[in-house]
Design a protein around this ligand. Structure first.
Ligand SMILES: *Cc1c(COP(=O)(O)O)cnc(C)c1O
Length: 382
C-alpha cells in the first residue's frame, strides 16, 4: 500500500522532487495588487484592499458582514467574545482540532469542554454534545446553561470543519438553539466548502476563517470573522482599537484590539480570492483522483453527504497506529510529505485537565488519520 501511495503521489504531481503537504501558488494578480499597495504607500491599517477583500468575502459566503483581521486565532477570539464568552465560562468543542481553536477559548479567559467527533465528518458530534449536556448541564431560571458540578456558564459551542469537511450543522444548530447555547464555527479549513448549498461559517451566529500560508487561500497571515450586520459592526469596532469614527479626533470608547488586517495582506487576499473557485475545483478533482487511485488499498476520507468539501487536505485512514507510523516514516523518507492528524487537545499540557465526555472516536481517528500532499499546482489549474 505504501509504495503504491508514493507512486500515486509522484505521478499526480508529475515530479520526483520532494512534494510538500500544501504550498501556496501566486499565478494571478497577487504581485500586481501587492505592488499597488507599495506604490500607493497604503500598506498598513488603512487602504482600499481591506474593504474590497471584506466585500468580496461577504459576497462569496453570503455572510451579512465579513471583517478581516490579523489571523484566524484572533478572528476566533473575537468571535467568541462577541458570542458573549466571558472569563470563567466554558465552551464546548472537539478534541480533534488544531490548537488555535482551544487557544482562542483560553484567550477569552474561558475553558474548553471536549466532546467526541463523528467518523464521517471528523468534527464535533451532535450526539456526543447532547449526551454531555444531558449528564452535566442544567438551564437555570434565567435560561443560562450551567455545569451542574460548579455552576460555571456554558456559553458557546465551537465546531470545526476538519480538512474542509462540514460538521452536521443541522443537528448542531437545533441542539444549540434548544439549549440556548451560541453556535460558533471555526471554518478556518473550509473556505469554499458548502453544507446543503450554503457556505460554511454562516450557520453559527459567528464563523471564522484563516488565511495562513498553508490554507486554501493565503494572505501571508490573516483571518476573517463572518457574521450578521449588527455583530459585524461590533466586530469591526472592537478589532480596530474601538475608535469612534472621526476625521482627526482620537476617541476610543472601550478597550479595543489592534487586530485589523494590513492592506498589504488584503491585496494578496483579493488576488487569491479571484482564483478560489479554480482552487476548489482543482482540489476536488485531486481528491477524486486519490479516491480512485487508492481504492481497495487504503480508505480515503470523503466529503459528508449533502456537502461540497473544498478538500483542503486529503486524508487516509490507516489500519492502526503501527500502520500509520509505517506510512509516515516511509513516505516522508521518500520525499512525499505526510503528517498525522493532530494529537488530541486532551493530551496537551494546558488542556489535559479540561472536562470532557467519552472520546472513543477521536482516539480512534487520532491513531489512524494521515494527511497526504494536497496542494494545487498551476499545472492542475490549466
Ligand atoms: C489554521 C487554523 C486556525 C487559525 O490559524 P491562524 O494561524 O491563527 O490563522 C484555526 N483553527 C483551525 C482549525 C485551523 O486549521
Amino acid at each position: 500500500m505504501i509504495d503504491h501511495l508514493i507512486k500515486v503521489v509522484h505521478e499526480t504531481y508529475a515530479t520526483d522532487a520532494p512534494i510538500p503537504l500544501h504550498a501556496p501558488i501566486f499565478g494571478g494578480n497577487e504581485a500586481a495588487y501587492v505592488a499597488d499597495t507599495i506604490a500607493s504607500t497604503f500598506v498598513s491599517s488603512v487602504g482600499a484592499y481591506v474593504d474590497r477583500f471584506e466585500a468580496d468575502m461577504a459576497a462569496l459566503t453570503g455572510a451579512g458582514r465579513a471583517i478581516a483581521v490579523v489571523n484566524g486565532t484572533a478572528a476566533l477570539q473575537m468571535a467568541l467574545l462577541l458570542a458573549g464568552v466571558e472569563t470563567g465560562d466554558l465552551v464546548i468543542t472537539q478534541p480533534l482540532t488544531f490548537v488555535a481553536t482551544c487557544n482562542a477559548i483560553s484567550h477569552c479567559g474561558a475553558e474548553p469542554v471536549f466532546c467526541d467527533v463523528d467518523r464521517a465528518t471528523l468534527g464535533l458530534s451532535p450526539e456526543a454534545v447532547e449526551a454531555w449536556l444531558e449528564d452535566n448541564a442544567l438551564r437555570d431560571q434565567d435560561g443560562i446553561v450551567r455545569r451542574k458540578s460548579d455552576g460555571r456558564v456554558i456559553r458557546a459551542c465551537l465546531a470545526m470543519h476538519s480538512f474542509g469537511h462540514p460538521v452536521r450543522l443541522t443537528e448542531l444548530m437545533a441542539l444549540c438553539s434548544r439549549w440556548g447555547i451560541v453556535l460558533v464555527e471555526d471554518a478556518a479549513e473550509s473556505l469554499g466548502s458548502t453544507f446543503h448549498g450554503r457556505h460554511t461559517g454562516t450557520f453559527g451566529r459567528l464563523g471564522t476563517q484563516s488565511f495562513n500560508g498553508n490554507k486554501i487561500l493565503t494572505t501571508g497571515g490573516g483571518g476573517m470573522i463572518l457574521t450578521d450586520a449588527t455583530l459585524g459592526a461590533r466586530a469591526k469596532h472592537l478589532t480596530t482599537t474601538a475608535k469612534r469614527p472621526h476625521p482627526f479626533e482620537f476617541f476610543h470608547d472601550e478597550v479595543g484590539y489592534n487586530y485589523r488586517m494590513p492592506n498589504l495582506n488584503a491585496a494578496l487576499g483579493v488576488a487569491q480570492l479571484e482564483r478560489l473557485a479554480a482552487f476548489v475545483a482543482a482540489k476536488r478533482a485531486l481528491a477524486l483522483h486519490y479516491i480512485t487511485a487508492l481504492s481497495g488499498r487504503v480508505e480515503v476520507v470523503v466529503e459528508p453527504e449533502g456537502c461540497q468539501s473544498n478538500y483542503w487536505l486529503n486524508a487516509i485512514i490507516c489500519e492502526d497506529r503501527a500502520a500509520r507510523d509505517r506510512v509516515l516514516s516511509t513516505t516522508n523518507a521518500a520525499g512525499v510529505m505526510t503528517r498525522p492528524i493532530w494529537a488530541l487537545m486532551t493530551r496537551l499540557p494546558m488542556y489535559a485537565g479540561c472536562d470532557h465526555g467519552p472520546l472513543p472516536m477521536a482516539e480512534w481517528l487520532e491513531d489512524r488519520v494521515v494527511n497526504i500532499p494536497s496542494g494545487v499546482t498551476e499545472r492542475m489549474l490549466a
